[in-house]
Design a protein around this ligand. Structure first.
Ligand SMILES: NC(=O)c1ccc[n+]([C@@H]2O[C@H](COP(=O)([O-])OP(=O)(O)OC[C@H]3O[C@@H](n4cnc5c(N)ncnc54)[C@H](OP(=O)(O)O)[C@@H]3O)[C@@H](O)[C@H]2O)c1
Length: 270
């Protein structure tokens, strides 16, 4: 979507752990905007590899925020709905609601967003959730829609935490939303998630149905994974709406478009 206006850098060009190298690499390029999509987002591994999680989600992004102010560019950073869930409330969260993460990944992402908002008032921090779309640059990593489809092809059941409720978000919706905010000179914290909410099980079932395969989803009462999953982390895009911008698409429509793109099948109803 950005075309030739953007240069994509991976870990080789910009490692969030290499603070001095980051500074000189960015000073040489003199960007107008830096969009940081890197994170230590292995939710379960973050419980034990805490230092790496802090580097990728807190100290690296905090350093980027310092560089943004010193070097004079705008930082765009992504955070997560996993900053919520610990207070047991089951209502959509606004940007003004106090966070309460339930696992170390959420905690490290919260430290990162707080550091950025404190250090670089012109930065844009977008909280997204259950993100899918595009193609990961990491070898062997696929997004959750691709993973569910691969598991279904292999005849495996998709295992999710029973009742985990969130709003799935398509990269295809987030990118234009971020660009619209940048064009409008917006800064600070924004929730940018697909409209509507569902459980992780409903989302997985929708993927499998749209892909035309059997729907084999197991909802686990007790999730054995090392990191606790928050029960309810639905975000409301309140600040986005207050700018008079049209709602992001409903998650069902965006998911249908993405699965159609992956499978070549027409979205149902079209
Ligand atoms: N995926 C979701 O469901 C979800 C939900 C909410 C929020 N988010 C947020 O959205 C953003 C994008 O997530 P994503 O799932 O699209 O990410 P992704 O495709 O997994 O990409 C993350 C990238 O960050 C890289 N990385 C990790 N540590 C790094 C470091 N120290 N220096 C440089 N690069 C490093 C990873 O490289 P390696 O592969 O080499 O580790 C990986 O390529 C993140 O901020 C994430 O926290 C994601």
């Amino acid at each position: 979507m950005l075309g030739r206006r953007a240069v994509g850098w991976g870990r080789e060009q910009l490692d969030l752990a290499a603070l001095a190298a980051m500074e000189s690499a960015l000073a040489a390029v003199q960007p107008a905007v830096v969009i940081n999509t890197a994170a230590f987002n292995y939710v379960d591994l973050a419980e034990t590899r805490r230092q790496e999680a802090l580097t990728g989600n807190f100290t690296g992004p905090a350093h980027l925020a310092r560089l943004a102010t010193v070097q004079g560019w705008t930082l765009v950073h992504f955070s997560t709905d996993y900053v919520y869930g610990g207070d047991g409330l089951e209502r959509p969260r606004l940007e003004s609601d106090p966070p309460a993460p339930v696992n170390f990944y959420g905690y490290s992402k919260l430290l990162g967003e707080e550091a950025i908002l404190r250090t670089a008032p012109g930065a844009l921090v977008a909280r997204v959730a259950h993100l899918y779309g595009g193609a990961s640059q990491s070898s062997g990593r696929v997004n959750l829609v691709q993973r569910f489809m691969a598991q279904a092809r292999a005849g495996e059941a998709i295992r999710v935490t029973r009742g985990q409720t969130l709003n799935p978000t398509s990269v295809q919706d987030v990118v234009p939303a971020v660009l619209a905010l940048l064009d409008g000179g917006a800064a600070g914290l924004f929730h940018l998630t697909g409209e509507g909410e569902c459980t992780a099980g409903e989302f997985a079932a929708a993927v499998l149905r749209l892909a035309g395969g059997p729907v084999n989803v197991t909802e686990l009462e007790r999730d054995p994974r090392p990191a606790l999953r928050p029960r309810y982390t639905v975000l409301e895009n309140r600040r986005w709406a207050e700018l008079g911008l049209p709602p992001l698409p409903a998650w069902q429509a965006s998911l249908a478009a993405y699965v159609a793109q992956l499978t070549g099948r027409k979205p149902s109803g079209s």
